[in-house]
Design a protein around this ligand. Sequence first.
Ligand code: GLN
Length: 511
Amino acid sequence: MSELIQLTAAELAAKLAAGEVSSVEATQAHLDRIAAVDGELHAFLATDAEGSLAAARAIDERRSAGEQLGELAGVPLAIKDVLVTTDMPSTSGSKILEGYRSPFDATAVAKARAAGLVNIGKTNMDEFAMGSATENSAYGPTHNHWDPTRVPGGSGGGSAVAVGAFEAPLALGSDTGGSIRQPAALTGTVGAKPTYGGVSRYGAIALASSLDQIGPCARTVLDTALLHDVVAGHDWHDSTSLDFAWPSMAAAARSGADPASLRGLRVGVVKQLMIDGVQPGVKARFDEALALLEAQGAEIVEIDAPHFEYAVSAYYLILPAEASSNLAKYDSVRFGLRVTPEGGGTVEGVMSETRAAGFGAEVKRRIILGTYALSAGSYDAYYRSAQQVRTLIQRDFAAAFAQVDVIASPTAPTTAWTLGTHGGDPMQDYLNDATTIPANLAGIPGLSLPIGTASEDGLPVGLQLMAPAFEDARLYRAGAAIEQLIADRDAAPFWAQAPSLVGALTGKAGA
Ligand code: GLN
């Protein structure tokens, strides 16, 4: 496999800036990798080699003309298909938007382009970001590069595998209940959910607007931070976007690279997040990570968050309620698919046939659930109670952060499961998000990074760190330190350890 694709984004950016490699070469190397392995992995829904190379060439020309470019200029970027782009279709993993072309770029995409990043393709995802395995994509599942018989997590499995399998050094994702962090954990990559409002949602195809957050995915904490810096910031197109002077996440990650920076850090461990059903090998790696932190002088504090046990229940009322409203616009009139019943039919007939044909089972399930939860007779019993639980969870976090700097938990209770094994039982998928959902309900930032593999199956385990709102930089500082401790322990960076990379996938990648 080409050496270029094994560089971190930071390393590649440095070579580009020094003129040692061109963006066209870097982009071509990643396109070759996609051509070699994506038939098996299916991380991408759309690529456009010519378009990506043209964008790369434009950056190279600007650089040779002496223009001052952004730090990541010329680096390829994979983009979750939930973000609309003008240069490739945007489907959100749904048949109802098959072939849809947006007339504008999402703000996060526009910022990435302005910084000189090159769109290398749109990544696969669960339909409308509903899922924990990328098995709900209308275009077929993505396979985990650690073991292609396993799921990569979801809903952003495509972005996680794209970076993990060296198809792109960086990717954008969205996280409504864990869709950046949980796939990061299951694929041994890094992903961050910023503070709610930290990155604009303009042009992100909405799932649940009060929970949705756009964020970065990469193989290292520093790369994740570098991309975070590019996409963060105020946007008047998004009324919930925060007008805040964010510190540099990359500077925080760089300052954390020395594990001595962990001295004195107060790390909370929430009793209720060590939920029943945490796989023994996941628990063992988590405990080991805590011991590594303690050895560096961090203080581990047990935290009680009594309302966390209701987080999944509250989430699966609030999310479907908001989704049922957001998805009402797919009515065959304004976007995408239109199915006309035989003989013409009424307007209602066209809408209902279109929605019946265009939405998958999970999307329909949630629309029905959300419509029910919002209906006059059940609003108080369901939707209002869920919102009250949300407030209680926010108060639990506030009480916790009065005692600790960050909260740590396993990112997901299990490692990657075998494709098809949760089939027909959505509860199994829902419960895999019990650890990530609280952060979305509270709007706080979270980061997942790999801390080793589980002894029973050899698959990656993720550590989740959470911080108070606006304190994203704290996650990158601590995350970079822990990443260094893990690399020292293993005598190799975690991303270099995926067995599939030294086996079949590498062979197929040629060179
Ligand atoms: N797995 C969760 C769900 O199905 C999270 C989705 C997300 O973060 N987009 O809702």
